[in-house]
Design a binder for this molecule. Structure first.
Ligand SMILES: C[S@@+](CC[C@H](N)C(=O)[O-])C[C@H]1O[C@@H](n2cnc3c(N)ncnc32)[C@H](O)[C@@H]1O
Length: 273
């Protein structure tokens, strides 16, 4: 049974999650993301046969402004806005997949070279900080747009979830990968992104090869840069767990092997991404 303490923690966590949607900024970002919003729209339109004339429940319509939007569009007689928390129900989209690929990244190199530059700027040598900087950069998930040309091997589909069959808690998600590198380059980390599938072949993808969305991509920088050649294999496993601090965040463990050397990196995700 859930203890009173963990129940209180969860309810506080839920409050901060719902608060994160109370400002207009996140709604500008989501609704302004045309790839996302148009894909949802298309999924609804293509499911016309199942939806037309039925009672439809849209869970998580957003802010309490939904009533005003209904009024402004003259649909208040057809749409009832219920303010409250919902649990359970049918899940759309039907499946979700996580992808991953190794990347080269000049920006992270520049961030590290910054410390070398201090000799010239202030006549104080600070290169010794580079190792610490590298550890900091490689301990958090970095949300950013990844340029397709920085991807250095074909992406691997690390795991897929059938969202209709999911149990409540997503724990200890594991997936493996094997990358065959395109050519001579320095690898600085791995990009990850997701794809969700609706029926009628509708796909919402956050791939760096597709139109950008507000989700961008996530980069897991490695503490060490790795020189690879064409055909170098990078194998390993990615493991995701809900953070012990906050169940909506993730703790990530990345194990990988390059040229028979094994590495383990741990990352925390400490912001809504
Ligand atoms: C990702 S936003 C989507 C907002 C809007 N539907 C859109 O697509 O632009 C998710 C919304 O669902 C709400 N939400 C999440 N879980 C909920 C629950 N269990 N019951 C009611 N609302 C929920 C959040 O507060 C947030 O406003």
């Amino acid at each position: 049974m859930e203890s009173e303490c963990s129940y209180k923690k969860k309810s506080n966590d839920d409050k901060s999650y719902f608060r994160s949607y109370s400002d207009i900024g996140i709604h500008e970002e989501m609704i302004g993301d045309r790839v996302r919003t148009s894909t949802y729209r298309l999924a609804i339109l293509k499911n016309y046969d199942h939806i037309r004339g039925k009672v439809v429940l849209d869970v998580g319509a957003g802010t309490e402004q939904a009533k005003l939007v209904c009024k402004e569009n003259g649909v208040s007689d057809r749409i009832m806005v219920i303010t409250g928390k919902v649990e359970g129900g049918l899940m759309l989209p039907g499946s979700a997949s996580l992808f991953m690929a190794p990347i080269t990244d000049c920006d992270v190199l520049e961030r590290l070279l910054f410390w070398d530059d201090m000799t010239e700027v202030y006549d104080v040598s600070m290169s010794c900080i580079k190792a610490y900087a590298s550890r900091c950069i490689s301990s958090h998930v970095s949300v950013q747009q990844v340029e397709p040309q920085s991807i250095m091997a074909h992406a691997a589909e690390v795991c897929t979830f059938d969202l209709q069959k999911m149990s409540r808690k997503l724990e200890n998600v594991k997936g493996s990968f094997c990358f065959d590198c395109f050519g001579d380059v320095e690898i600085h980390g791995f990009a990850t992104w997701f794809e969700v599938k609706f029926n009628h072949e509708i796909i919402l993808s956050t791939s760096p090869y597709k139109l950008p969305t507000h989700w961008l991509q996530c980069v897991l920088y490695t503490e060490k840069a790795h020189n690879v050649k064409q055909g170098t294999l990078i194998t390993g496993c990615l493991q995701l767990n809900p953070s012990s601090h906050y169940h909506r965040f993730l703790d990530i463990a990345l194990q990988y092997t390059i040229d028979e050397a094994k590495y383990l990196q741990k990352y925390t995700m400490d912001d809504f991404i």
